[in-house]
Design a binder for this molecule. Sequence first.
Ligand code: PLP
Length: 450
Amino acid sequence: TTQQWQQLDAAHHLHPFSDMGSLNRAGSRVITHAEGVYLWDSEGNKIIDGMAGLWCVNVGYGRKELADAAQKQMLELPYYNTFFKTTHPPVIELSHELAQLTPEGFNHFFYCNSGSEGNDTVLRIVHQYWAAQGQASKRYVISRHNAYHGSTIAGGSLGGMGYMHEQMPSRVPHIVHIGQPYWFGEGEGQTPAEFGLARAAELEARILELGAENVAAFIGEPFQGAGGVIFPPDNYWPEIERICRKYNLLLVADEVIGGFGRTGEWFAHQHFGFKPDLMTLAKGLTSGYVPMGAVAIQDHVAQTLIAGGDFNHGLTYSGHPVAAAVALANIAILRDDGVIDTVKHDTGPYFQKSLREALAASPIIGEIQGHGLVAGMQLSPQAGSQTRFENGGDIGLICRDHCFANNLIMRATGDRMLLSPPLVISRSEIDELVEKAARCLRLTAEGLGY
Ligand code: PLP
């Protein structure tokens, strides 16, 4: 029964990013199966998944092609490693495929199991690159407050989440953070364009403070995901790119959420119009069906690494054949079914328009950001203003409770509500998603006395 599952879960399972005390009191929701954009729980409730799991189930649930690819590969070659001059067909084919679909110059790929490991790998590559260039003093990596780059020690150190740093007394050194490009409530008296330039100028100021000869790289999510779906002003990324080039920094795009179609482009940096040297990939690479991460590497970096001798980094499951086979099947769906084109030209614009129309009259929405199939809704005590609730985080959780009761998965991040559904969502499913999100925000507002 549900109750037995909940008891066993509470007895033996330590959940990620959870307050276990409160979970144990309430009991976790037990998800038993899924199809398309819907989940079912052990009580038989049908839930619309507005978050594609953790921003990852891009092709939706229940795709037989992916299960078949995994089964076939498991029977043929369930595992072999890619250390010590061995390789296998799935990882070769996947690398070839990724070289075709990533932007020009990305022709080499290093594999791991997650976005966090991808960012650990980025750090390793960045340091190896500058050492091979004879510039080992280039050691600092600049990131941003409120960034999320994973939960390993390196991922958490690169990220800019204060609440994580507090629990990490031993963070990776030589990582510093600048302000996030979040205009709402932070850019008072400035236009978004002025604010975008001001936030990018913080990068230049920090480089000059540290000395360009000591700074190796800048890392950022093209749009911040876990930080609240924060889309920077249009001029921000081109300016960041200009500064990185001027001071000879590697520019790293963490595409763990943005990659594989979320904004209607294959990679989110293409939406923002800049060209990174390295990209971290995970999540949508396999649509979450099996774990896999990767780092995509531009030619000039790859050539330096190749010429530089041993690269002493790797994981037992780097390039796992089953994960690679699933990634290939997943990419085939995204490409051959025109999933990303549909997001760009049809469902993405439809979702953005529907959401804005449905929430136009909401008294507690300050601003909606997003593009394609991802959106962040800023809670505010005065609709359309740039003010924030003092207890916005609590209000987000109240809204999330309404979502729970209404069989909708919508994420609360502080005082922002987030949506990022599977990319295969249809127009009628978008109608349902938006109607439920609007209902839950209305119930939240009513509870606050609006
Ligand atoms: N980078 C970004 C931008 C992410 O959103 C995440 C996870 O949400 C990660 C890295 C870490 O990925 P993983 O949880 O697979 O380690």
